[in-house]
Design a protein around this ligand. Structure first.
Ligand code: HEM
Length: 230
């Protein structure tokens, strides 16, 4: 009897489509996000690739700096929103260990020391920051969708892109943006559990509203990513 139970639970675990799927509402968020990838970005992607497939991107330092500056603005804005906590559930997501703004500040300092001029933020980062700031004041489900997509995307495709760009234009230097204190898998799991807890209090309509926002998050985050090629 015991053996059967153990065997069943192992089988169930192995049938998970991906180690990043761990149950609860976050799996729904992930599933919607994965379908919005193009086929060259992920084998789970359902969208056709337009333009150059990402592995063939030809990044420039200028473009990458624009991307880092705009990303920092967005992560600063996310921190600010969570600190303010217009809705009490936002406070759950403070100090998760996923924060990126300080790491990005160190990277920009490093580029400056190398003699590069750090650009001002551009409309992709400015527009997105304004958008999430406004949204966070009256639409917690939609805001949390942006929180999830921005942070989790960076730990997945974002890292792959970082490695590729570093190999192509930074002599393989690993930026602080791609380093976390502690075990990233555990940090992510902790945030997934928090997201699932918060979403437990949502109605089905609120959950669907959150999922619907994914597309907008892809649009804004995609525009920021494209700065790499600017
Ligand atoms: C060139 C662009 C991109 C590439 C190459 C890429 C690639 C990937 C890959 C391969 C995964 C699966 C990782 C895994 O299962 O281990 C993933 C996950 C994910 N991506 Fe992207 N992605 C890109 C852009 C985006 C954008 C613009 C967003 C939206 C903000 C996004 C959101 C996500 C999310 C939420 C996940 C799930 C992460 C998790 O389960 O923890 N991605 N991406």
């Amino acid at each position: 009897m015991v053996v059967t139970a153990v065997a069943t639970s192992v089988a169930a675990k192995d049938e998970r489509p991906n180690k990043r799927c761990t149950g609860g509402f976050v799996d729904e968020m992930r599933s919607v996000a994965m379908k919005l990838h193009t086929k060259d970005q992920s084998k789970e992607g359902e969208k056709e690739t337009r333009g150059k497939p990402w592995p063939k991107w030809e990044p420039t330092i200028d473009g990458y700096l624009k991307f880092l500056v705009d990303s920092k603005l967005v992560y600063d804005t996310l921190d600010k929103i969570l600190d303010q906590a217009d809705f009490p559930e936002y406070a759950e997501f403070r100090n998760t260990g996923l924060e990126r703004a300080l790491n990005l500040a160190k990277d920009l300092e490093w580029f400056k020391e190398q003699g590069h001029i750090i650009p001002e933020p551009l409309s992709p980062g400015l527009d997105y920051s304004l958008y999430i700031e406004e949204l966070s004041k009256n639409d917690p489900q939609a805001f949390i969708c942006h929180f999830y997509n921005t942070y989790f995307a960076h730990t997945a495709g974002g890292r792959m892109i970082g490695r590729k760009v570093a190999a192509k234009i930074l002599n393989g230097k690993e930026l602080e943006f791609y380093k976390w204190d502690g075990d990233l898998t555990l940090l992510l799991q902790d945030v997934r559990e928090k997201l699932n807890r918060v979403a437990q209090n949502w109605t089905r309509d609120e959950k669907d509203h959150c999922l619907k926002e994914t597309e907008i998050s892809f649009k804004f985050n995609g525009d920021i990513l494209c700065l790499i090629l600017a």
